[in-house]
Design a protein around this ligand. Sequence first.
Ligand code: FES
Ligand SMILES: [Fe+2]
Length: 451
Amino acid sequence: MPTARPGECIDTAPHIEEIDYSDLKLQVTTDRYYSPEYHEREREQLWMRVWQVAARADELPEAGDWMEYRIFDQSFVLVRGKDGQIRGFVNACRHRGNAFCEGKGHSPRFTCPYHNWSYGLDGQLLAVAKPDFDGTVEEFVGNKDELGLIRVPVEVFAGFIFINPDRNAPPLAEFLGEAGPVLEAFHLDEMVPVGMNVRETINCNWKVVMDAFYESYHVQAVHPELIPIMDLSKERYCRLGNHGATTVPFQGTDEAETDHSKQIEAFRNIPKPNFPGLAEVFPRFEELVASYSKPDGSLAFPEGISGRLLFQQAARESLTGKGLDVSGLTDNQMSDFEFWSLFPNVYIQLRAGESTVIIARPHPDGDPNRCYWRVAHYIWLPPEERDAQRTEMTDIPEGGHVPYFLALEQDFSQMEDQQKGLRNSSLTHMTLTRQEPKVAQFHTVLDCWMA
Ligand code: FES
Ligand SMILES: [Fe+2]
């Protein structure tokens, strides 16, 4: 008996026309995108309480590696300890509050540059400078054990460092809920950024970015080149608590579903520069197709075999051959992308062995009309190849831009235009369609946090 695979809940989720919208809001207020008052409330109600991705764990590979994480006016330091664990602390010295870290670095301990108090990587106060005082530390300042750095919840999941500014936050696993096991099966923690790993400022609210990637309704207008390979009428939507995933099968039209050569053609037509991970599967796919071809070139598929199945088989074999454990993934997860919304601000485009992750967060300058976006493409590689192939993050200076691949450029240019429109105060609501379930879910969940 095959064991149940967590991704089956997505494979069997309702199709787009069967979705129950009864508890999802389709009218969304627009002041959330530009109003300073809303932004300030969002800071309090959402960002100061929610689990959020701060970085990748492989950005802090060694004990003593640290980095600052800022959200609004709050600053934290993430550090890998001598025991290998990543911890988070409030970036404020317990003496007179100096922010002792900025940017990124490596050190065996933290020393506050103001009066030289020093702290261990576990946050404990190690030493207090007392050059003109003869007595003990105790006499000088009180109980050292009570003056460690203030700890905040930090956990690593799927290779991402999650932080929660709320010191009483529930465990991350509780927040992730059913989404956790489905994501875990992909071994995202073993993937490394390859090719694209960029952070830049965009002139739009962070939610405009999330909206743009949480629906495929815009494909017909913005990415017409994808229409022949993705049949959006077959899109499925699976709600997983605060989070959600949709998926669309590769293969194209209804005709391709019944006509083997059309289905194979649809796979061959996948634009490979957009999908480098899929491109790797093609050599084995062509071998498998050839093994079922007659000398005249026609196909002799026995009952139950299809181009789609062969593609999935080729992907499973290629990835297993590289050393990735795909036993927890379904056949559809071999060929089709899942489009995840991880509340509040993570989009993951995910398939066995690869993913593209987009994270948008409010700009630290406090302007609701701007945000940081971070986009990276991750590939699963055998451990010995990871360091050589890893692409470090490029931080694009203000006003700069790197050209992305076609589909991403198309999305990128759309977002600033949407922000411009949303800022018109006469437009009080957006009206969502029944082809945007994740956008509706995102705003419905957000409204709950804001209430
Ligand atoms: S504020 Fe850090 S040592 Fe004084
Ligand atoms: Fe898009």
